[in-house]
Design a binder for this molecule. Sequence first.
Ligand code: GLA
Length: 414
Amino acid sequence: MSRPSARLDEERHAEALSGHASAFASAFPGDAPPRLFFAPGRVNLMGAHLDYNGGPVMPTAIDRGTFVAARPRADRRVVLASRREAGRQTFDLDDLPGEPTGSWADYPLGVLRSALAHRDAAAERAGTRAAGEPCGVDVLFGGNLAVGAGLSSSASICVATATALDALWDLAEDPMRTVRTALEAEREFVGVHCGIMDPFAVGLARPETLLWLDCRDESWEHIPLDFSRLALAVADTGVRRELAAGEFNRRVAECGEAYERLRARAPGATCLRDVPPAVLEDARVELPPAVAKRAEHVLREVERTFAARDALLAGDPAGFGRAMTEAHASLRDNFEVSCAELDRLVADATSVPGVLGSRLTGAGFGGCTVILLERGAEGELRAALEEGFRAAFGRAPEVALYHGDLGPREVAPA
Ligand code: GLA
């Protein structure tokens, strides 16, 4: 595994998107070529399950994500097709469904609704009518990001759609508006009780950095990761759990319960993140055991994430890596969102010299681990992961190296 170069990545992207443009031409015959857009996925290195508890998170984007090919139509129809799904979905811009349809198209549909509502509101504030009416559009979705693997494919499709509409409808939105449109689509239309991390990580992506996002006040900054010395790998267990969404919602509810039970003893607290660990210790026996364990994870993960940030800023990536591995133990034992395949990958990665830390990324219950390592250790890491996983589960995990991404953008065809 050699270090990927930014130039090669862009060439790879342009090639992949040219293939996507050809697929569009077959799906939507016509003379004018489509415009092409990309939005990345993300991995989270620190701050697991903290976003919906008001804590800090440290994700970075990866250069796999969603491809969008889109072309304006002369009428007011929106036709959505996906290379991953059969059939197409047609909507009328003047009569978009007010309720989710239960299909993959709900994500782009939520974005369409949110983008239109925002356009109208902005025009009203400016005291003008929105210039012209937005045109209908033919859209083909695709991409190279594993779906349901904890790499934020849903935020990626939402941000990619918002980026494409922004360009086609001349909305001239700033990246923050794109983030908010994506978030509204998922939360208010699709109805997922997700935290804010994913659309921020995807929408504000910058190469060779981690995003530091404080989910209590939504302040953020980019923190450089020294890719001349370090590498970032992602290993996919291949495990996809049908029940993961229900388990995720249960963790959200348990954390909510912990906050409700502890807040009276923590004056001024606005979210679980604000509760001092000593308050949890005093109240522990009064809490249901599972709720106490979830709160233990959250409060310690907040401390670990601040310490990890300090370590990185002080030039101590090994300290950052140790915090990642400690976070995994807490996700396994206190938050109970790991599984045998994830634990195997973390154990095998952290036994390799030069690996600084590893943990599950995303919600858990399957999906991927993320690994921080010193450059030069990539080959040994891959061998250890493949050998250990094959011995335990009879197949090899997919292992890939990343170094961030330029963020959501229009891409010129190759
Ligand atoms: C999922 C959610 C995120 C976040 C992570 C856990 O990926 O979409 O908002 O809560 O789980 O850190």
